[in-house]
Design a protein around this ligand. Structure first.
Ligand code: PLP
Length: 396
């Protein structure tokens, strides 16, 4: 009854822990959760107001599958201003979150059997998107020793005659790392040398800290621009996760194909939500800066705590709102670690297994400082009790 295609994909490895944390909460336990994958802020008021106005103005009907023309134009302007990328509005398509842009692009770019390079750890959906398109995910494993970044040599070594595409995510979920210009240039050279394409997932672009700058790989030269599909969205920067508005931009033939696919599957993104997204781009950006500052402070507090814990290691993250913690010195799997800390200390973390690495756990600081202080004290107590097992160092 079920198709082979769908049988190949895995259910989310994070569901079990999240469900257990919710059950514990429902039972009245005080759970500190560092599992969130979304900002804990409300969507800024001026964006919500813009949607109310759009509703009153009757922006409630079907629209073009590729998006409201006014929004495609505004996104093209944004990509020019913020990222130094020049696209015609027709080279932009509006999607149900960044996720649908990624999904559609993989669908239209991959032939059965094509290999897609995915740096690991990876965002959970990449390998499944590739499998659903009939492609073969090829993991390129990063480690703490290389700051969780792939190197050009690794990239070159992973290439075969079937390799077509690289999925590149910077700032990164789950590691929080941000590739700098030189690193991207070196990767771009390899991509061009091997005649590959890149899907650049830039959904966390606005969440970078310590003066770090987000660079789009597509901005590094005409040749790499021609080989890159940029994906982004409103979810993380503007606290709009539930709105489901994202976009993709790139070479016209590919964008047209991806928009066609959308025309036969989901059609246009909710029309009035698109008007909210338009307001987000055109309105004041102060809220965005304020949210970033709050995230930055929480990140500092969490990193400080983690660096005192024996047996845990980390690369201080420069972007997104996650910390990727190396717990291999504990001798536990990521699932065991997460289960124990949840059952014994009521702290919810996400096991690295979900991201293709069973020796790390992901902590999100998209939660308030009081929860961070309380949860970190509990985690320190848990790790302190494990300490005799630990063989690794805590600091880096
Ligand atoms: C790396 C990455 N890409 C894409 C997405 C999906 O974003 P959206 O909610 O806009 O579909 C997420 C969401 O968690 C993400 O972490």
């Amino acid at each position: 009854m079920l198709s082979e295609r769908i049988l190949q994909i895995q259910p989310s490895a994070t569901l079990e822990i999240t469900a257990r944390a919710q059950a514990m909460r429902a039972a009245g336990l005080d759970v500190c959760s560092f599992a969130a994958g979304e900002p804990d802020f409300d969507t800024p008021a001026f964006i919500r107001e813009a949607v109310k106005t759009a509703l009153d103005q009757g922006k409630t009907r079907y629209g073009p599958a590729a998006g409201e023309p006014v929004l495609r134009k505004a996104i093209a302007q944004k990509l020019h201003q913020d990222n130094g990328l020049t696209y015609e509005p027709e080279q932009v398509f509006v999607t149900n979150g960044c996720k649908q842009a990624l999904y559609n692009l993989v669908q239209v770019m991959i032939q059965p059997g094509d290999e897609v390079l995915i740096p690991a750890p990876y965002w959970v959906s990449y390998p499944e998107m590739v499998r659903l398109a009939g492609g073969v995910p090829v993991l390129v494993t990063t480690s703490r020793e290389t700051d969780y970044k792939i190197t050009p040599t690794q990239l070159a070594q992973a290439v075969t005659p079937r390799t077509r595409l690289l999925m590149l995510n910077s700032p990164n979920n789950p590691t929080g790392v941000v590739y700098c210009r030189e690193e991207l240039l070196a990767l771009a050279q390899e991509i061009l040398r091997h005649d590959l394409w890149v899907i650049a997932d830039e959904i966390y672009e606005k969440l970078v800290y310590d003066g770090m700058e987000h660079i789009s790989i597509a901005a590094l030269g005409r040749e790499i621009y021609d080989r890159t599909l940029v994906c982004n969205g409103f979810a993380k920067a503007y606290a709009m996760t539930g709105w489901r508005v994202g976009y993709g931009a790139g070479p016209q033939a590919i964008i047209t194909a991806a928009a066609n696919l959308q025309g036969h599957s989901t059609s246009n993104v909710c029309t009035f939500a698109q008007h909210g997204a338009l307001a987000a781009l055109q309105g004041p950006q102060e809220e965005l800066h304020r949210m970033r500052q709050v995230f930055s402070e929480r990140r500092r507090v969490m990193v400080d705590w983690l660096q005192t814990m024996p047996g845990l290691g980390l690369v201080p993250p420069a972007g997104a709102f996650y910390i990727w913690v190396d717990m291999r010195a504990t001798g536990l799997t990521s699932t065991q670690f997460c289960q124990q800390v949840l059952e014994q200390y009521q702290v919810a973390l996400v096991p690295g297994r979900a991201f293709g690495d069973d020796q790390h756990v992901r902590l999100s600081y998209a939660t308030d400082l009081a929860t961070i202080e309380k949860g970190m004290a509990r985690l320190a107590a848990y790790v302190g009790n494990l300490a005799p097992l630990s063989v690794g160092e805590g600091k880096r």
